[in-house]
Design a protein around this ligand. Structure first.
Ligand code: GLC
Length: 730
């Protein structure tokens, strides 16, 4: 046996040494220009995802001064550019082709905030897997995803792109995405390199204004914002993208604490660090670099391997080397990181491996991809209200379908819709008409998504009056969330709220179907609606999934990954806040407590909230021990019963509160969840193991570990409606 193990290890070390040799041999041959070219990433003009830099990348690919390209789409162009690099440049080093494959490539899935709402890691992995298959079939070998920025401010448009407010859930989602994109073998032609972003704390931009300043304690950074990056890297993610924002006064793009201390020294990351779009140049605006050369030097020395669209490395590294402001070792190390990634992707073995026109045709919009998009859209829609069990609707019900997004198709794809074709999407109107009969679905737009025109109200109100049920499709366009899409108000845009109020005067039962990319403040609107279904921007098949859910062909099972505030005035508001020294007791009128005079402290809909068409009942929590010794684990269990009329899925959530610590602790923290399917009348005992991992936190001395004391365990259907038990850690 030992001999077999020895031979195996010998073979593995041989493979690694061959890989290293390939890169080292190449490095030895490279001129300084060619080395700098590998650290340069240009955008094709096919798509602009940032400020356009004037240089032509074609000639620089030929000269070896551009080793990587983003935003070049379709396999014909990729093959053409790869041929230029491989057959016309001196050393023939193949190119990386990057693209923002965030929630699908051609077949589009729900926006990431919707995917996270599924709390279904298998579904999230499957969506990323399909996205990788389609992107790779179009010549893409590197995606700038997953975006793992924790976000707690709905004004920030990029809240749409991540997994919401909670670190534990974001870690699980990050791992599922990396598994989906990268698979088990990056050299396999249907896998693509992932790039976890934006490192770090971009989601904490002040006032939710994109690109704004970020300033926080190291404790908050390490406990809340960094773990999803570590989770992605532990799952094997091979690259990291720096964030636009500054952190503690130093732009993340040249922040030695982030890029050296945390990423390389503490986490032993050996992959590629790429900047965000032109972010080296933006150090001049930040005021942390005197000129582009200074910015380039700071970025390289801090640990940035690749410069996306600043041209700072191409313009200045040679002179900086001459001046001794950077070293050849620093340049070589970054080049090695890039070459190793190309090696892992198998590009040296076959640079055209991702260039197969026939495969591109076969894979795009494959039926199983569209079916998955439909299935996962159905898993991502959150039922927020359902008074008098208005939903599901009976087929044959006469519907007044009203609202500016009832006919939306492109908007269904949401932000970062990649190469998704809006013509492949079915609007809610078409889906409901096909399902319920065109003669039983009357449509009126009522108003625009934005604007003040109320001339359509009368038609909408009249339509509502003559039908049985009103379904109003309201929310945001795809362009109202995502990058550079912060909103200073988080209500329904335009006069949609007024339209809802006008229609509500008819007294007809109203379903509000939301298509949006962020939590919205709906305290007034929710009173006019009997039912509210949060569908987010649900992807190519989302219109069909929403219609089927309204008619009960799909049963909602999703839960909010982010808090819905009553008003913007409560923001930031998230479930795992601190208790403060003067916590409010809502039933106690004593005024000297942490409260607002004009608004309750609790949100409209809490983290983890979501209803079903059936009803789940929880037993009290059972703990198999009341005391825990260090190193031991205990089991907390509940029995969940489906006491309703239909089968349904439930996300059973585990939260823990450390009642006393050397630093203050959140009132509760998500530490586990299980999504279970329960047939009607069925029940299941759900167990969670609680041990060192669940009780560890960043103690006062900035070391990770546990502290003895009392803990509360919460298990329930969301972060508010929970069963409670207590135990002691000795
Ligand atoms: C954009 C985004 C980033 C994206 C990159 C390339 O500015 O900030 O998330 O990956 O540029 O498109």
């Amino acid at each position: 046996m030992n001999q077999i193990i020895y031979l195996f290890l010998l073979a593995v070390s041989f493979c690694f040494s061959v890989q290293a040799d390939t890169v080292e041999r190449l490095l030895e041959k490279m001129t300084l220009d060619e080395k700098i070219g590998q650290l340069n990433l240009y955008s094709s003009p096919w798509e602009n995802t940032g400020p356009i830099e004037g240089r032509s990348y074609v000639s620089e690919v030929r000269s070896g001064l551009c080793g990587n390209i983003l935003n070049l789409i379709n396999v014909g162009h990729v093959r053409q550019m790869q041929r230029l690099a491989v057959e016309e440049s001196r050393l023939g080093i193949p190119l990386l082709f990057g693209y923002d494959v965030i929630h699908g490539y051609k077949t589009i899935f729900p926006i990431p905030l919707g995917l996270a709402s599924s709390w279904d890691m298998g579904a999230i992995e499957k969506a990323a897997r399909i996205a990788a298959v389609e992107a790779a079939a179009s010549g893409i070998n590197w995606t700038y995803a997953p975006m793992v920025d924790i976000a707690r401010d709905p004004r920030w448009g990029r809240i749409a792109e991540g997994a919401g407010e909670d670190t534990f859930l974001a870690c699980e989602v990050a791992k599922a995405n990396v598994r989906g994109f990268q698979g088990d073998d990056l050299a396999e032609i249907s896998t693509i390199a992932a790039c976890v972003k934006h490192f770090a704390a971009y989601g904490a931009a002040q006032a939710g204004r994109d690109y704004h300043t970020v300033d926080m304690s190291e404790r908050m950074l390490r406990e809340t914002y960094l773990p999803p990056f570590k989770a992605a890297l532990d799952a094997g993610c091979v690259s990291v993208m720096t964030a636009f924002n500054e952190l503690d006064g130093i732009p993340a793009t040249a922040n030695p604490f982030l890029l050296k201390t945390v990423l390389r020294d503490e986490w032993n990351f050996d992959g590629v660090v790429v900047t965000d779009y032109s972010s080296i140049n933006e150090m001049l605006n930040h005021g942390s670099a005197a000129d582009q050369a200074d910015a380039a030097a700071q970025a390289l020395v801090a640990g940035v391997d690749m410069d996306m669209m600043s041209s700072a490395y191409v313009y200045h590294l040679k002179q900086l080397l001459t001046e001794g402001r950077v070293t050849m070792d620093q340049i070589d190390e970054s080049v090695r990181n890039v070459l190793r990634l190309k090696e892992k992707l198998g590009l040296f073995d076959d640079p055209y491996r991702y260039c197969d026109e026939q495969r591109e045709q076969e894979k795009q919009y494959a039926k199983e991809h569209l079916d998955a998009s439909y299935e996962i859209a159905g898993k991502s829609m959150v039922l927020l209200k359902n008074s008098n069990q208005l939903l599901p609707l009976d087929e044959g019900t006469r519907i007044a379908l009203i609202g500016p997004l009832a006919t939306a198709r492109g908007d269904l794809l949401g932000t970062w819709g990649a190469r998704g074709n809006w013509e492949m999407a079915t609007s809610v109107l078409d889906a409901m008409s096909q399902l319920n009969g065109h003669d039983r679905v009357d449509y009126a737009q009522g108003c625009g998504v934005e604007g003040t025109d109320i001339s359509g109200f009368a038609e909408a109100v009249a339509l509502a009056a003559k039908n049985d049920v009103v379904v109003m499709v309201l929310g945001e366009t795809a362009g109202m969330s995502g990058e550079a899409s912060s909103r200073s108000r988080i209500g329904l845009p335009g006069v949609q709220s007024e339209l809802l109020e006008a229609v509500a005067q008819t007294g007809k039962p109203i379903v509000v179907l939301l298509l949006n990319g962020r939590p919205l403040a709906l305290e007034k609107e929710q009173a006019f609606a009997d039912a509210i279904l949060e569908a987010w921007h649900p992807g190519t098949e989302g219109g069909k999934a929403a219609a089927d859910m309204l008619f009960g062909k799909l049963v909602p099972s999703a839960k909010l990954p982010v808090t819905f505030p009553r008003s913007l005035g409560q923001v930031p508001i998230h479930y795992n806040m601190k208790n403060t020294g003067r916590p409010q007791n809502p039933v106690d009128p004593f005024p000297y407590v942490s409260r607002y005079m004009d608004c309750p402290n609790d949100p409209l809909y809490p983290f983890g909230f979501g209803l079903s068409y059936t009803e789940f009942r929880y037993s009290e929590i059972r703990l198999d021990k009341a005391e825990l010794k260090p190193g031991e684990t205990l089991t907390a269990s509940v029995t969940v019963s489906n006491v309703g009329d239909v089968d349904g899925e439930e996300v059973v959530q585990l939260y823990i509160q450390d009642l006393v610590g050397s630093v203050t602790r959140p009132v509760k923290e998500l530490k586990g969840f299980k999504k279970i399917l329960l047939k009607k009348g069925g029940s299941q005992t759900v167990e969670f193991r609680i041990g060192e991992k669940e009780l560890t936190f960043l103690r006062r001395d900035m070391t990770w570990g546990t502290e003895p004391g009392d803990f509360k365990v919460f298990i329930g259907t969301n972060s508010r409606d929970v069963k409670t038990a207590v135990f002691t850690l000795r």
